[in-house]
Design a protein around this ligand. Sequence first.
Ligand SMILES: Nc1nc2c(ncn2[C@@H]2O[C@H](COP(=O)(O)OP(=O)(O)OP(=O)(O)O)[C@@H](O)[C@H]2O)c(=O)[nH]1
Ligand SMILES: [Mg+2]
Ligand SMILES: [Zn+2]
Length: 355
Amino acid sequence: MENNQTMENLGYNDFFESNRKKLKLENFLIARVIAEYKGVYKVKNTDGEYLAKITGKQIFDALTREDYPAVGDWVAITKLNDEQAVINKILPRKTIIKRKYNNRDEMQIIATNIDAAFIVESINRDFNLNRFERYLSITNDGGIIPIIILNKIDLISKEELDIKLAQIKNRFDNIDVISISTLTNEGIDKLKKYISKERTYCFLGSSGVGKSSLINKLLEEDIIKTETISSHTNRGKHATTNREMYFLKNGGMVIDNPGMREVGMTDTDSGINQQFDDIIAMAEKCKYADCTHVHEPDCAVLSAVESGKIDKEKYQNYINLKKETEFYKMTKLAKREKDRKFGKFLKTVKKEIYE
Ligand SMILES: Nc1nc2c(ncn2[C@@H]2O[C@H](COP(=O)(O)OP(=O)(O)OP(=O)(O)O)[C@@H](O)[C@H]2O)c(=O)[nH]1
Ligand SMILES: [Mg+2]
Ligand SMILES: [Zn+2]
């Protein structure tokens, strides 16, 4: 990186600066989290890069995963030496992408403070409209612009590609789609046009779809290690194992992510409602205000599905995503109640000890 880099070049702007003042952090150095390893973060500012950990107090005070730093965050740090620092505080986030990633209802932050997300599927065997819809719901929810990438178009015919493009257009009519092959370079120039200086982007998608290969194209150098498909399927191995931000020559920043097996909903209501706005609008005409659109009589949504006005697969996906977010919120509530009771219990025990 050039030495005359500014904080703006790293994505800093008035939003973060005003929050820094509000939180009275003027005496701290500010840096951006550019990589995450197990419990250790790489942070970067105009002076350089540091490996950093959070304070014990932060760990003690953390209530959810959202209280821990994530790649993309702006943080207040204290330098320990030229290589190490401590993260004292996370500045409020402008945008966030999160998901539920296992059946223990754990939430994970994928990235923060990004402007747009490229949702990648490989066209030959990974293509799935429902999965796109999941990603679109979580990007909507975080206030992030989504762009769909169909990669590996060298593996199918022009006719097959046109059919898939029509399916996407039919299901998501106002999302930009880029068809790419990192093998033939088709579409790479189009992708480059989406990336502006001082803005941050991230690549999302299953393992093996070509996220790292795409970023290598943007870097114009094979900086990131990629894995051949046969070893992917044979060993179920992820080539990329940690989240990391890369800096492009044009001044844009891109975050590479490990492939995701599950894109579960958290408290994603608003993102889902945005994604399925035609169903939400139709629901206004249901007989019951609390209609779940599954079994009620005079349900306008079910009628629209029957008449073909609403795509059946889209409707089914809507019901599934809605169920997931309700379930997530319910288990969170139950957990909080348990924690509250445990807190009370501790208090009584303490009282008994002191009395
Ligand atoms: N045929 C074809 N193969 C591609 C294309 N892009 C990437 N690949 C291959 O797909 C395999 C996986 O690519 P990666 O870039 O490692 O995929 P990834 O999405 O980063 O995977 P994870 O890091 O595991 O999430 C590699 O063998 C690439 O060479 C493409 O456009 N066409
Ligand atoms: Mg990768
Ligand atoms: Zn209904």
